[in-house]
Design a protein around this ligand. Structure first.
Ligand code: SF4
Length: 438
């Protein structure tokens, strides 16, 4: 039997794309293997958000090429965000790659895989009709990612995503609900609805459904206990959506809303499309409806022209809002973006590193404080992993909890927290197991 291996870099959207491709390959008669040395087709699903991720892909391509010059017969595929509208340069640099595929463009890969196995054109046609619209990937555990909107229309000056993933394009609600039903029937208990700007969902569809419409639909699907959604964009986050999170019992009170900077002038240079006051207004609305909601953010330090005062504005905002988690990255120019062409990368590396550390310290202090408050308390955990007597899963607020005891995979158990650090929670099962299906 022919085999394939997919190596996935980057975000949850890439993980979802890889699972979908894997499902397509399996329908063509291929089998997934753990090691790329055993695969007839090796796929690298790439990320371009940072240079480091691209470098990792280049280095893996070097290994694959060496193996091929030593006689390996593997087909090599590069898909994902590294593949833009202009792949000519990449094709010249890596002439041994058999297929280049942009995000979500599975047809070329499946066509090559079908040729290699003599799959009939008819069978392939059925599979790729509508971009594998009804082919769903199954995760290995009880949680799954479900893309609901692809691409991004926002064009923040530093960001490569709209150039690689294209404009916003929502999936029909009926397709999404079919996929969630399929996942639930196969044991999935939690779905995370994905989009680069997930609250933009539906603006391009007839009848303009929104994220709240999807929450309502999923609420009626038996077996699904929890719903999450990523990534939020403040201007798209309507009161209706915030209220739906508060009112729908399956939807977790967890918001991932990148602020990127706390400085008005910096936000304007980033073309984020909102002010600090807009952002704080959304946070206030969330907290007025859900005082215990987890709010997580992303920050970029050292963007072109970022002054000490602008950076200080970011620090002040982080201290004011007290996020549960702050993901921080240092700016690096991505070729092709507005910033790389027009805004000089003029903050010295040393300064970027210092700012990175300041934000990380704030993040550690805040995580530590939030986790300490859980000591001795009992939380509900959806069990995602079990091995050799240990289990782990997440609370509704997204915190990872480790504890002893197996046999509850996919269940929701009560765990009493007995040890905490800034990064993890340890606990033990509280009394009788409280397995529930919500
Ligand atoms: S909202 Fe901005 S940062 Fe986020 S994906 Fe779109 S362009 Fe990139």
């Amino acid at each position: 039997m022919s085999t394939f291996h997919i190596w996935t870099l980057g975000c949850q959207m890439n993980q979802a794309d890889s699972l979908k491709l894997a499902a397509g390959m399996e329908r063509l008669g291929y089998r997934a293997v753990d090691e790329d040395t055993d695969a007839d087709v090796v796929v690298i699903n790439t990320c371009s958000v940072r240079q480091h991720a691209e470098d990792r892909a280049y280095s893996r391509l070097g290994v694959l090429n060496k193996r091929r010059t030593q006689g390996a017969q593997q087909k090599i595929v590069v898909m994902g965000c590294m593949v833009g509208p202009k792949t000519d340069e990449l094709r010249k640099r890596f002439p041994y790659v058999d297929v280049w595929a942009r995000p979500q463009q599975f047809d070329g890969i499946l066509g090559m895989a079908a040729d290699a196995r003599d799959v009939s054109e008819g069978e392939l046609g059925v599979l790729i009709q509508g971009g594998m619209r009804n082919t769903y990937g199954l995760p290995s555990g009880p949680t799954a990612y479900v893309p609901v909107i692809h691409g991004c229309d926002k064009f923040c000056t530093y960001c490569i995503v709209p150039l690689r993933r294209g404009r916003e394009e929502s999936r029909p609600a009926a397709d999404i609900l079919d996929e969630v039903r399929f996942l639930a029937a196969h044991g999935v208990r939690e779905v995370t609805l994905l989009g680069q700007t997930v609250e933009a969902y539906g603006h391009d569809l007839p009848d303009r459904p929104d994220l709240a419409t999807l929450f309502e639909g999923i609420d009626t699907i038996d077996g699904i206990a929890r719903v999450r959604f990523l990534t939020s964009y403040p201007k798209d986050m309507t009161d209706r959506i915030i209220d739906a999170v508060a009112d729908q019992p399956k939807v977790c009170e967890y918001f991932n809303i990148p602020v990127q900077s706390g400085s008005e002038s910096m936000l304007a240079r980033m073309r984020r499309g909102y002010t600090v006051a807009d952002f704080e207004d959304r946070v206030a609305r969330i907290r007025s409806r859900m005082p215990d909601a987890a709010i997580v953010t992303d920050v970029i330090v050292g963007c072109p022209g970022e002054t000490e005062a602008e950076f200080q504005d970011t620090i002040d905002l982080l201290r004011r809002i007290q996020f549960d988690t702050v993901h921080v990255a240092a700016y690096s120019p991505r070729p092709g973006t507005f910033a790389s062409r027009n805004l000089p990368d003029d903050v010295p590396l040393e300064v970027k590193k210092e700012r990175l550390q300041v934000v990380e310290t704030i993040h550690r202090e805040s995580s530590d404080r939030i986790n300490q408050a859980l000591l001795g308390r009992t939380v509900q955990v959806l069990v995602e992993r079990e091995e050799v007597g240990r289990a782990s899963g997440r609370t509704r607020r997204g915190q990872i909890v480790h504890f002893d005891g197996t046999g509850n995979l996919g269940g929701i158990v009560d765990v009493t927290i007995s040890q905490v650090t800034a990064w993890s929670l340890q606990g033990h099962l509280a009394g009788d197991l409280a397995l529930s299906v919500l």
